[in-house]
Write a protein that binds this ligand. Structure first.
Ligand SMILES: NC(=O)C1=CN([C@@H]2O[C@H](COP(=O)(O)OP(=O)(O)OC[C@H]3O[C@@H](n4cnc5c(N)ncnc54)[C@H](O)[C@@H]3O)[C@@H](O)[C@H]2O)C=CC1
Ligand SMILES: O=C(O)[C@@H]1CCC=N1
Length: 267
């Protein structure tokens, strides 16, 4: 399969590298379209793939076009792409917020898949939810599912409208996790640990706890109860979190992310 990537930043290149790692695409079958000359420097290793700064007619020769620019750059990119896209090509957009119908009308093109990955895709450990327009045929859909699965797990959504919620939950989710880890490391430093020791304590706690969620055959409430002894230390912390409505604040943050995704669809 020949793949053009428009916007070769963090996510576009995470996808490209995953496809290469699993031998799904050869380097020479990539067209990398990247505006920033600084970024272009770091893409030299993709040769003999073609590297260009501009959207041009050669895009029409690729089976799949991945749209991985920021949503705010879509207007400019969309106008240029509309001139060169061919009817049988598939457009795979990973842009937050931009609805399929906006992509279809801007590009005057029907075969569109809209997906929402996350940054662990860089390690092949991402989760991507995606929805497809009815014009994408089943063979094309299967091939693209195989490509997405090289970046981690995937979920097919019948209802594209759910993608804004996916964006808020798993698309942005890694940042929530890093935020939490950072706050815990800071608390460790305040209690007198070197940063490296605090980081090791927190990281291994997160890793072990993640595996307990998967393997302990207990609900999250049961797992919490197993740590929080009556009248003990954990209970003291949890009580403080409840008083500060930490859970509610997290949920409200996630709702704010979804609201922003919906706003992006209108900008
Ligand atoms: N970073 C994340 O965690 C996730 C991002 N996304 C979505 O992926 C998209 C890309 O995000 P990132 O990779 O983080 O951004 P990024 O800023 O790393 O990459 C975007 C790239 O597009 C390039 N670009 C801008 N205009 C261009 C043009 N006219 N022609 C060619 N290249 C152009 C920029 O120079 C940049 O290298 C966004 O739409 C975002 O909503 C989706 C899921 C997760
Ligand atoms: O923050 C953003 O808008 C993008 C979408 C999901 C993760 N990063």
């Amino acid at each position: 399969m020949k793949i053009a990537i428009v916007g070769c930043g963090n996510m576009g290149m995470a996808f490209a590298r995953a496809f290469l790692k699993f031998d799904l695409v050869k380097k020479e079958d990539f067209l990398l379209v990247e505006k920033s000359t600084e970024r272009q420097e770091s893409l030299q290793s993709f040769q003999p793939g073609v590297l260009t700064g501009l959207i041009g007619p050669q895009i029409g020769e690729y089976d799949l076009v991945i749209l991985s620019v920021k949503p705010q750059d879509f207007a400019a990119v969309g106008t240029a792409l509309a001139r060169v896209v061919q009817p049988t090509q598939v457009i795979l957009s990973i842009m937050a917020g931009i609805p399929m119908k906006t992509i279809q009308s801007t590009l005057q093109h029907q075969r569109v898949i809209r997906a929402m990955p996350n940054t662990p895709a860089m390690l092949g450990m991402g989760i991507t939810a995606y929805a497809a327009s009815p014009e994408v045929d089943i063979q094309q859909l299967r091939k693209i599912e195989n490509l997405i699965n090289a970046t981690g797990r995937s979920v097919f959504l019948e209802d594209e409208a759910q993608l804004d919620a996916v964006t808020a939950l798993s698309g942005s989710g890694p940042a929530y996790f890093f935020y939490l880890v950072k706050a815990m490391v800071e608390a460790g430093k305040q209690m007198g640990f070197e940063e490296s020791v605090a980081t090791l304590l927190v990281k291994q706690t997160m890793l072990g706890s993640y595996h307990l969620i998967n393997n302990a055959d207990k609900s999250l409430d049961e797992l919490i109860k197993a740590v929080a002894s009556k009248g003990g230390t954990t209970e003291a912390a949890l009580q403080h979190f409840e008083e500060g409505t930490l859970g509610l604040t997290l949920a409200q943050g996630i709702h704010a992310a979804r609201k922003r995704a919906t706003e992006l669809s209108k900008s």
